[in-house]
Design a protein. Structure first.
Lengths: 413, 413
């Protein structure tokens, strides 16, 4: 009887999540045990709706292009499995298509989903190997040195902050003196922290980082901005979107509504800019890279590309060895030179956990990273991925969406 | 007697303005007629204050690094010369330092300043050769095929828009369906237009461009968003920061003030996002790259790097041939293959003029560029500048700011 695998993508995307898909498909194609690899459209949503494509039937060229395609080529979803009915349906789909391997590529929510599916399989006595593949720009998964996707967004953030600081430095004499950049990271400051990875001297940007791990302290911020302006004439601030005040309210929610009663536009970055404009009467520019930071395949770290591919291959290897209920992890062997190996951790351990910046990754002044963070992150971001950036549109994966024949009745989501 | 040259930078910066400085310095060093090249700190402001550095005395390594340094290495300024007193002072500085050549690197305001200096020199009978060097990401200078700085920001905008559209495509099933990116360009839509340079098919981003040349039409926008969502499930909109309504009011000023009476945060991009959220009830993400777009040396077009350097060299050549009162221009010889030569135009013609997008560069539906624009811009952006992006911080110019000995009394700005 056929033994098929299923791969799906979930949650916010990265510039290298499709490298993991590439790893899964290539490893599965090489194996003798796996007959077909199906891809579910839009994560578990497509799975519930039995919307599958046969990745092993896709032209090899399409599969190769996954390496250059940011975002989730199969489509992602934010859905969690809700109830018994959802789980039952899932196993009907697995059974109908002889799915014996399930690879779920996502963050901590997705690892929770994968864990539940693994447990359900055990309960039902259904032979299913479930392996989670880590992915998140937020870098907030536990038990892995870092998450695929993070080195690339870190590289983007470091280079962009450095460049933009040279810009505001130019303008600061009689125009803009403060540049604020809002970075992603609702619960953890890993991305904001990465903005300092190219900084060598105090005068280089960023001059201030606002972490979501620490309560926002307006006076501390204003004093530091003032100090930097006096010292260097300009100041670059990187603010994590998730910064909160002492009461735990998001800074992005300050100001609340406009004259029409609509919620005030913009997030933490614009609020910080506004505070500085009002209190220090300085000209401020604000950048919100938003999706640009996590889709920037043109700046992906070569190590990230390699690792993201490797975790996909490893997921297949683990499943073929009979493992189930694990997430693939990246283990650091050494920082200098940077060396890594792959490992695994039980899904129950990583599910729904958030790894925030350790206290000793933030310096004593609480507005900058420590040397320890630099030692951690620097090896991940330095490697140049030599691609012709203009060729990206010729190199992105477009599936034909030739759907696998459905075998089950329709299912209402 | 010594014959010295003076170079200064002005206005908003680009990722390649220092390439023009590089061209000026190297050409001047090679010439026998020019003894020293001074750089004025912060444009005409530093010039008035007699704040000069001797670029010919800088280590060659510092000069070489100009090629990799975004922003204005000498500092820029927004200052215009105000009155007779300013002009008199300027010529005192010229005389005190034997300045016989003046190179001003900037946009249309700066060309106006350069023109006035040229005319004043003629009136005074002071032997001064004045040459303007074009620079602006806005691409709005007349009489030049395009402006150095534009090809790079165009490349950044095209690649970023394409990548982010693959991101929102991934998310659109049950999360974000609309992605809005705000581009620079207060008066002209050249940068916004460039977002379409990688688009080959209707489903690829951007799906909508909002140009400052056309009055903002809310119904037209909403209808098109609705159409794109129905057709492709997601929609990317690039909005120029300078879009205005029919009465000429900036869209960025809509909404006006918040509950505290402060001016509403954010510009055109956030206003457009808000309209779509409110009217179509769709989840929207917004990116405001701001300075990131114009300082992105990591994505500079190789042709832009070459041309920006060449216009600097040409400025010196013209001045040495005795020309004065001109701006260097780029003339297109052919689009396919792309070939160019340098020319010149009278400063009086370019000063204070703005070149907006021609009508036939916008398509008939008025929400997208035409094929003609693509033919114009595509040759400028495709070339990859093969630099190791992580090395940027090791390659940026840091002057020692060893100032030339002042010879005149202090001057109050």
């Amino acid at each position: 009887m056929e033994k098929n695998a299923l791969y799906a993508q979930s949650g916010g995307v990265t510039s290298v999540i499709n490298c993991s898909m590439y790893g899964v498909v290539v490893a599965a194609l090489k194996s003798k045990e796996i007959d077909k690899v199906f891809g579910a459209k839009n994560g578990v949503s497509g799975l519930l709706k039995e919307e599958l494509i046969d990745l092993t039937q896709e032209p090899r060229e399409t599969i190769e292009m996954l390496k250059y395609t940011p975002g989730a080529a199969l489509g992602s979803c934010r859905r969690k499995l809700k109830n018994e009915e959802d789980f039952n349906r899932l196993f009907e789909v697995f059974e109908a298509h002889n799915i014996k391997y399930f690879f779920y590529n996502g963050g901590n929510d997705s690892m929770d989903t994968a864990m539940k599916i693994h447990k359900m399989a055990q309960r039902l006595g259904y032979d299913l190997k479930v392996i989670g593949i880590p992915k998140t720009v937020d870098n907030d998964l536990m038990f892995t040195d870092h998450c695929p996707g993070y080195p690339s967004v870190a590289r983007y953030t470091a280079i962009s902050t450095f460049e933009a600081t040279l810009d505001v430095r130019s303008m600061s004499y009689d125009s803009t003196k403060v540049f604020v950049m809002e970075s992603m990271g609702r619960h953890a400051g890993w991305i904001a922290a990465a903005s300092a990875l190219l900084k060598k001297y105090e005068e280089e940007g960023p001059h201030i980082i606002l972490f979501p791990e620490l309560p926002f302290d307006k006076e501390r911020l204003l004093n530091k901005v003032d100090e930097m302006i006096k010292k260097f004439g300009h100041c670059t601030i990187v603010a994590s979107e998730g910064i909160k005040d002492e009461k735990g309210n998001f800074v992005s929610d300050m100001g609340t509504t406009d004259v029409f009663g609509n919620k005030q536009l913009g997030g933490a970055g614009l609020q910080i800019a506004n505070i500085i404009k009002n209190e220090l009467k300085l000209k401020v520019h604000t950048a919100i890279p938003d999706y640009l930071q996590r889709s920037a395949r043109h700046l992906s770290s070569a190590i990230d590309v390699q690792e993201a591919t490797a975790v996909g291959i490893k997921a297949v290897d683990l499943a073929l060895k009979g493992d189930s209920g694990y997430m693939v992890t990246i283990e650091r062997v050494s920082s200098e030179p940077y060396m890594w190996r792959l490992g695994k951790v039980g899904l129950d351990k990583v599910a729904n956990q958030t790894k925030t910046l350790p206290e000793d990754f933030i310096d004593s002044e609480r507005l900058m990273v420590s040397e320890k963070f630099i030692e951690y992150a620097l090896p991940l971001v330095q490697s140049e991925d030599n691609i012709d950036r203009w060729k990206i549109p010729n190199h992105y994966t477009k599936f034909n969406w030739n759907m696998v024949q459905k075998k089950l009745p329709e299912f209402e989501l």
